[in-house]
Write a protein that binds this ligand. Sequence first.
Ligand code: PEP
Ligand code: MG
Length: 541
Amino acid sequence: MTVSVRPEIVGEIHLTGHPASPGLAIGPVAVLTSAMASRAAKGDPVQEAAALKAAIEAAAAQLAELIATVHGEAAEILEFQVAMLGDDALAESAYEAIATGTAADDAWRAALDVEIAGYRAANEEYFRARAADLVDIRDRVLAGLIGVDAIAKISGDSVVTGEDISPSTFLALDWSRGGAIALASGSPSSHVAMLARSRGAPMVVGLGSLPWNGEPPSLALVDGDTGTVIFDPKPETRRLFEHRMAAANAARIVADANRFKPALTADGRRIAVVLNVAAPEDLAGLDPAICDGIGLVRTEFLFEGSRGLPGEDAQYAVYRRILEWAAGRPVTIRTLDAGGDKPIAGLTIDNERNPFLGLRGIRLSLARPEVFRVQLRALCRAAMHGTLKVMLPMIAIPSELDRANAILDAEFAALTAEGIACARPPIGIMVEVPAAALCAEEFGAAFYSIGSNDLTQYTMAAARDISAVADLNDAGHPAVLALIARTVEAGRERGVEVSLCGDAAADTRLMRALLATGLTTLSVSPNAVARVKAAIAGVTA
Ligand code: PEP
Ligand code: MG
């Protein structure tokens, strides 16, 4: 990480960090306060307790304002909520957890989830019905803690700056009108960087401490290709940057026009380009003709939020929509990959000491078969509506795949016995643990899909979300490329497809090295298709 303030250009601040999402952007600066930026970053217990107290008081004040505008039953419901918020016992365990180092939002969420579970399990209907009020209270205070209201005021074309930004904050912002992110810390391999790439928001991380006290700059130029940011540019700097933006736009228009053509290397090798998505909404307005199918549906986004775990019918409806969109093209849906940097309330282990090495992905699904079975049943039913393949995350040893296959067989048989229309999809594995890459041929997988995000962090022992080790978290390192080549070779020997669905697949700087491993399928976010196809066209053997 280098920070170069160039005092010779008066008024301009040039900072250099790590490129995290490509593209150029210009916009007014919006500074995230620490409360808005990332509640995951734990402050000291006194500050965290104060933040929680303030958020509870603010929530009560908001409710009191609302009460003044409604009558009857609605007012009674809100009064009940205000009374709950005023009950010190409600937050007691949250304050206790904060005193032992837990972040305010984690502590509040955990405390309320226990209460909610208690209300839901109550014998009397009256108390069960009150569980929804507690969910409301929980989320209102959480919104206060992460500053959602303040975020809503940030205009869509802003350059959002600050220490770091959480995925929920990112998602609360409107990226449809442009905008970019420039962070003091953060990592190009984090989930939020991944979200930025999929939304096409340029992002630079690891800029180091932002060098202003008090009044922040008013305008910024963000270069997500090189990882540079210029605050308060001089008119000439801005003019040159706008010139570059216009040229980049023109190149994008040409690449976009080629999006519908099959991807071929300069020497004629056909590369399948498939999509990474999280929800049917990611496909809205997209023509399936731009791709050869869907290579990764990340289903954990379905399990997040306040509505609890999704049931079989709700999951089936989502999977079916995605398959119908693909119109017969193959669709690979990944089973739940909760844990690690993707905690899910009520499912993953709270405060796991080392969550990336803990009960995540397939390990959690096998430990919670009642949740896994629901997902597999929904998938078997959805398989009737297209060409579905099911993929297991975080596989390390063959018996995990074998156990998942046995559960799938049982659920398929049960559905068939119940007379429910279904099909049994083939199961493949993600190769994202070095042990799986090194022993790939020992798995009876129907296909392999390399998750370079995790494979890189586990190979380099450099977390995907820690900016201080971002340089080490390099998917282009020879060790990572060797594991990719090793997996491709195993796939060739076993006659099964190998794809790459980690973010390295869309890193055009790595295209030559990746295709040299023998990979023939790349899975990338919809937004990267044009760029990736153009990069493939530039590669010779
Ligand atoms: C990966 O690890 O490369 C991957 C695609 O999975 P995720 O980023 O969802 O962990
Ligand atoms: Mg992964």
